[in-house]
Design a protein around this ligand. Sequence first.
Ligand code: ZN
Length: 63
Amino acid sequence: MARFRCRACAEEGSFVYDGRHACPRCGSVDVQFALSVEELADDDPLIAAMTALAESDPTEPTD
Ligand SMILES: [Zn+2]
């Protein structure tokens, strides 16, 4: 299960992530997901996005 909080319909709760980045209630993309990585496929766009962020994180200490 993943959790979501939608800023469009103000709904929050848990849902089964199906690969779409949209509110499971109203379908808006203005939604925040809290997923565990285990729920995502290796080729999920979110994985690629998180990997890119991690590799380019300017707040990461270098020393
Ligand atoms: Zn919604």
